[in-house]
Write a protein that binds this ligand. Structure first.
Ligand code: FES
Length: 323
């Protein structure tokens, strides 16, 4: 550190698919004040060292979501992430494009799949065509109704959650955390007439592919908490349809299973999730598991103080905080 600047090393992902066979990392070194936003550093590199370095940005105020990228392995907004804390923690700054999206060039990715998945959830109010709103009149919600989705309007569609999501990486059918959080916003809107239809559709539209890892919530720069909204959607989907999908049957089975004995009965859970046919279908995997862990064949003994587990369930049934 000299004066009020720090020596910053940037290793930046470079790739131009029209010319490069492989991506590479290019190093740039700059002396900058520690509060410098990463986006400002990128623009300085571009202006003074390398005009070919490509990044996307617009507002420079953490509003538009355009500048999201991987900063030292985490999804971040480059315009609000300062270099000082990153250097203090990791000693250098590695910049990479967002994950789960095709790289167009350097730090810019193709967001078409992200926006297509958003479009598919029909992100707008669906009203009953037989009951048009009286002309010139508002259709307001109560403060309590608005409170149910107070976090989702904060979303700036930066795709940080989409980039961090292992379910998106594993299965292109998964709509992604942002699309599901937006879907939630319309499902709980009392003016929306497609509430049930939305829940029924999403049950087979990828809802249960969510792995409950909460990486989306950790990545979100606006505290939208997409994983919590996905959890709410799952609960509502079960309330509307019950256990119609393997995912919902698994969730219901898991809950009953733990309530019964305080421990997971894995064989029973497979049967609850996939039925007898599923048990037969997974026989090969089951045999391998049994060889490694023969105790899964035994029904677990109820744990001591099972009554304490029951108290938690009863509190949850009453929608109270567990004791
Ligand atoms: S440039 Fe708009 S959010 Fe960073």
């Amino acid at each position: 550190m000299t004066g009020n600047t720090v020596h910053a090393t940037f290793d930046i992902y470079r790739f131009d698919p029209t010319h490069d066979a492989q991506p590479r990392y290019q190093r740039y070194e700059l002396d900058l004040p520690p509060h410098t936003p990463i986006l400002t550093a990128i623009l300085k590199i571009r202006a003074e060292a390398d005009p070919t370095l490509t990044a996307r940005y617009s507002c420079r105020s953490a509003i538009c979501g355009s500048c999201a990228m991987q900063v030292n392995g985490k999804s971040r907004l480059a315009c609000e992430t300062q270099i000082g804390p990153e250097l203090a923690r990791d000693g250098r700054i590695v910049l990479e494009p967002m994950r789960n999206q095709k790289v167009l060039r350097d730090l810019v990715v193709d967001q078409e799949p992200f926006w297509r998945r958003y479009d598919e959830i029909r992100p707008h109010l669906i009203l009953d065509p037989t009951k048009p709103m009286p002309e010139g009149k508002e259709n307001p919600m109560t403060p309590t109704e608005v409170e149910r989705f107070r976090e989702t309007p904060r979303c700036i569609a930066c795709a940080a959650c989409y980039s961090a999501c292992p379910a998106v990486e594993a299965d292109p059918e998964f709509p992604g955390p942002m699309a599901l959080a937006k879907l939630y916003r319309f499902v709980v809107d009392p003016r929306d007439q497609a509430h049930q239809d939305r829940l029924v559709r999403i049950q087979t539209g990828g809802l249960w592919l969510c792995l409950r890892c909460h990486l989306c919530t950790e990545a979100c720069p606006k505290d939208v908490r997409p994983s919590e909204r996905i959890r709410d959607l799952k609960e509502m989907a079960i309330a509307v349809q019950g256990g119609t999908e393997a995912g919902s049957r698994h969730a219901i089975g898991f809950k009953e299973n733990i309530r019964e004995r305080g421990l997971l009965n894995e064989m029973k859970l497979v049967r609850q999730t996939s039925g007898l046919g599923g048990l037969v279908g997974q026989a090969g995997q089951g045999m391998r598991m049994m060889r490694k862990k023969p105790e899964i064949l035994k029904r677990p003994h109820p744990i001591e103080q099972l009554d304490e587990v029951e108290k938690i369930y009863e509190a949850l049934d009453r929608k109270e905080a567990p004791p």
